[in-house]
Design a protein around this ligand. Structure first.
Ligand code: ADP
Length: 886
């Protein structure tokens, strides 16, 4: 403890001088008007323009942001938040506990980097958070004269472009990555929405760069799918027995077919060879077995509207747009007997790992980053700094308890809930799957406890933040999959904003359905008891809204949005904003007193009680759950209830611990021992290490594809931006002719195949007469004369083509040329991606003996990539000479 304190102190000391300098501006700035402060900020921008140096502007910029926040949001950055801002400016990861105000911390480096006018991206994990953070923090930015943008899933290209052009843009990891992929498929500069990358702050950086690092984001096209094979393979699994025909490798999520198994399947299918490359059955069979033995309904996926929807094992959230690749998704569809959707072909793909490395300046924030420090450093070159909390953390983490089986564990959890809730202390229970959430709910029913359940099911996801926000209310019991409602603050005693929003939403949506008289009636009789309104003005503002015709036509969702957007508006500018702000403020002042009391009561009860029901694959996720309580110096307790047959212990606990436990546990009494805690920790570390190795491995393999993608995208961008492609076209053709003649020369005699190639490619332009006599020509001319002759022929024909296309208007020819090159670049890249996937699989299957598969992969990938330029030249010239406008 002493050591830690010393370390913390020296850490703060390092930053103390800068913090003092920043804070020293405070008195000065207090006296300045809004305009004067904004002018100071404009002056900083000018200074940057002159010097291109941000370091010298840091202190003043931070001080301005701090003052802007105080004046707009009423929040004054704490010193530890300034440290957070400095860490982010240094392109590191700031580990700050939940509730420490990371959203506000990001404003500091965002404003500093916005001085460059090159764009700042603040990345959040979902649209809701991007929206919420942008709305609240934009006031700080606007105050200083910066513009802010927000990207949301449903936005058009035009809107996206506009929002990315602003100084600071809030966007999710998903949207920005797909925008990048789409931009690199654009045929026209107007379709590109992103500017060159500059500076990026990733919120919840560990979930994006570690948990989701491995999932590639894929833009795809549909292709033909052998549906029958999936169905037959699924049916075959009924005739196969575990450990006789196949084995299941649970750790690696793999299936191994035995010899007997292969033979049995070949017999059933009446095929001689499952592995026949012309009619391969093996991938279908393996996927069908995987679907049966390793992927389960309500755990790994849910069946919804006749579709298989993936559930993230880590977070319990549904991943609506994702599909498992390589036929696994179809195999699960066959197993569940839902329609099999078409296979898709990747047209572009990137992993988050590689995407975020494209930013020249990268930084991140998280509540839980330290345990993954090595990975952040090795892969992303990002150091992790642990920032002390503003107030001391007084959360109690109780020792884990282990039960002999699931039954005893879950019964004890229900019992514990019963006991804890008898005092009114709120409880949040983290579960890993939908199934378990529902099972626990059943148990709680037996105790007649009321609870809120939050899981991956879509009907609950919508209310997620509201439910989580209220999890700190007295007597609340909330069952949630691990990261449900992340980013939402749990305030002890209940979240005032959410309560008020809900109340006003109910009033507005209910009352607008009635005539004015009836409304007054209802309001007086029914609602009066629920709303603690007092003022006459409240009523008159409410009714002015309810007599506004356009307002009455708004949908419920639109009203909800209005309420939410208004949450952080300080200076309302429209009639709606003004009215809603007023009503909210009135309600807040009524509720506030009540909330204060509630907060005190819940604090006295010991704060939020967190119950973990299983140790996760990584300590980070466990810490995330724990971190939901004890925010900003609040009291709180966390405890994990485990069982011997939990996945983690079962798969990674090792035989010694299993025997130990089995002999120790004869009844339902739980075990708490140092040996246990140690071996649990080491099991978890083993899994973490393994997951890290897998990600590292993927990263190493992906590295080569990434370099190739960078080259292709770079070349593509140059083409996209160039006004004319003339030089390219001429160079392509000359290179083709040179290559072909070189080949002719090296073979010494005329090669009909080469000639055919030339004819095929350039046949349209070269007069047939000459071509036919090419053989003759080669005898009359030497090769260099022939080269000049062919060059001339091409130039002439090319000029004719230009003239032909130009008739249709200025710029037409340039557009066609650009499209021809880009479409072919994309086509070759797409084919390359498929080949690389096959190569990757082949490397896995191929026995390399002593050779290193990664090295072999890189070699092959290199050669495959090298041929692309030649392909491109041929395809482009072929298309160009045959292009016409009909
Ligand atoms: P985190 O993302 O770190 O969990 P949030 O950004 O959600 O935290 O902030 C948690 C709460 O703390 C919010 O209600 C926010 O308004 C409040 N907060 C943040 N910074 C300050 C500050 N300097 N002073 C007072 N309240 C703050």
């Amino acid at each position: 403890m002493q050591k830690k304190l010393l370390k913390t102190n020296s850490f703060i000391n390092n930053y103390q001088r800068v913090i003092n300098e920043i804070n020293s501006f405070e008195d000065d700035f207090k006296t300045l008007s809004t305009n004067e402060l904004r002018n100071r900020n404009i002056k900083l921008q000018k200074q940057y323009k002159k010097t291109s140096n941000l370091d010298s502007l840091l202190v003043e910029s931070f001080a301005l942001t701090k003052e802007a926040s105080l004046r707009t949001l009423g929040l004054k950055h704490f010193d530890v938040q300034l440290i957070g801002g400095l860490v982010l400016t240094d392109q590191k990861i700031a580990e700050m506990k939940t509730g420490e105000g990371k959203t506000l911390v990001a404003t500091l480096p965002a404003c500093l980097n916005a001085l460059t006018k090159k764009g700042v991206h603040i990345i959040t994990v979902n649209d809701y958070l991007a929206n919420r953070d942008q709305i609240s923090m934009s006031q700080v930015y606007r105050f200083l004269g910066f513009s802010t943008g927000l990207i949301q899933g449903e936005m058009s290209k035009l809107e996206r472009k506009k929002n990315y052009d602003f100084d600071i843009t809030y966007v999710t990891n998903y949207e920005v990555t797909f925008d990048f992929l789409r931009d690199n498929m654009a045929l026209n500069l107007n379709d590109v929405v992103l500017r060159p990358f500059n500076y990026c702050i990733i919120d919840e950086v560990d979930s994006i760069l570690i948990d989701e690092a491995q999932t590639p984001l894929i833009l795809s096209d549909t292709i033909k799918t052998p549906t029958d094979k999936y169905i037959i393979a699924s049916e075959i699994t009924d005739y196969l027995d575990l450990n006789i025909h196949y084995k299941v490798d649970e750790k690696n999520k793999n299936i191994i077919l035995t010899d007997t198994g292969s033979k049995q399947i070949e017999k059933i299918l009446r095929v001689p060879d499952l592995y026949n490359p012309r009619d391969p059955w093996i991938p279908y069979v393996i996927n069908a077995l995987k679907a049966n033995s390793l992927f389960f309904n309500n755990i790994h996926y849910i069946v919804q509207d006749n579709r298989i929807v993936i559930v993230d094992e880590f977070t319990g959230r549904i991943m609506a747009d994702r599909r498992w690749s390589d036929g696994l998704h179809q195999a699960v569809e066959a197993k569940e007997k839902v329609p099999i959707r078409k296979n898709t072909e990747t047209v572009a793909a990137i992993t988050y790992q590689n995407f975020f490395l494209l930013y020249p300046k990268l930084s991140g924030m998280t509540g839980t980053g330290k345990t993954a420090e090595i990975e952040f450093e090795k892969i992303y070159n990002l150091a992790v700094e642990e920032i002390p909390t503003a107030k001391p953390n007084i959360r109690k983490d109780l020792a884990d308890v282990i039960y002999k089986d699931q039954f005893s564990k879950w019964s004890s959890i229900a019992q514990a809930c019963y006991k804890i809730s008898s005092t009114g202390q709120p409880i949040l229970i983290g579960t890993t799957t939908v199934e378990k959430s529902e099972m626990l709910a059943q148990l709680l029913n037996e105790y007649k406890l009321s609870y809120q359940i939050l899981n991956a099911k879509p009907e609950n996801v919508r209310r997620e933040s509201e439910i989580i926000a209220q999890a700190g209310q007295k007597s609340a019991i909330t069952i949630a999959t691990n990261m449900a409602g992340r980013g939402t603050d749990i305030v002890l005693g209940g979240n005032l904003n959410f309560q008020v929003q809900k109340e006003l939403y109910d009033i507005l949506t209910l009352l607008r359905n009635y005539t004015l008289l009836k409304r007054i009636d209802i309001f007086r009789s029914g609602l009066k008891t629920r709303v603690y309104y007092k003022s006459q003005k409240f009523l008159s503002v409410l009714f002015s809204l309810l007599t506004d015709k356009p307002f009455l036509k708004l949908s419920d969702i639109a009203i909800l949005r209005l309420l939410r957007e208004n949450e952080n508006v300080i200076y309302p500018s429209t009639f709606y904003q003004y009215s809603i702000k007023f009503l909210i403020n009135e309600l807040i002042s009524d509720y506030k007193k009540h909330q204060k009391q509630e907060n005190k009561i819940v604090k006295n009860l010991g704060g939020l009680y967190i119950i973990g029901t299983e140790k996760n694959d990584s300590r980070r996720v466990d810490n995330q759950l724990r971190g939901r309580c004890g925010r900003q110096g609040d009291p709180g307790i966390s405890k994990f209830f485990l069982s011997l047959d939990d996945n983690l212990l079962r798969l990674f606990g090792g035989p010694k611990i299993q025997t130990f436990l089995q002999t120790q546990m004869i009844d339902d009494t739980p075990l708490e021992s140092a040996l246990l805690t140690k071996s649990l920790d080491s099991a978890q570390q083993k899994v973490e290490e393994r997951a890290y190795q897998q990600r590292k491995n993927l990263f190493d393999y992906d590295d080569i594809l990434n370099k190739q993608r960078n080259i292709v995208y770079f070349e593509r961008q140059a083409i996209l931006k160039a006004i004319s492609q003339k030089n390219n076209m001429v160079a392509y053709c000359e290179q083709i002719i040179t290559d072909i003649l070189h080949e002719l020369q090296s073979e010494k005699s005329m090669n009909t195949q080469t000639l055919k190639l030339l004819e095929n490619l350039l046949g349209e332009i070269l007069s047939i007469k000459y071509l036919k006599n090419l053989e003759l020509l080669t005898k009359q001319f030497n090769l260099s004369e022939l080269k000049i002759y062919l060059f001339n022929e091409f130039w002439l024909s090319y000029q004719l083509k230009i003239n032909e296309l130009t008739i249709y208007g200025n710029g037409i020819c340039e557009n066609i040329e650009r499209s021809i090159i880009l479409i072919n670049i994309d086509r070759i890249w797409r084919e390359h991606l498929q080949k690389m996937t096959l190569l990757r699989e082949a490397v896995g299957w191929r026995g390399y003996g002593q050779r290193n598969p990664l090295y072999e992969y890189k070699q092959d990938a290199f050669y495959m990539f090298e041929t692309r330029k030649e392909f491109l030249r041929h395809l482009v010239i072929y298309d160009l000479l045959r292009s016409s406008i009909l």
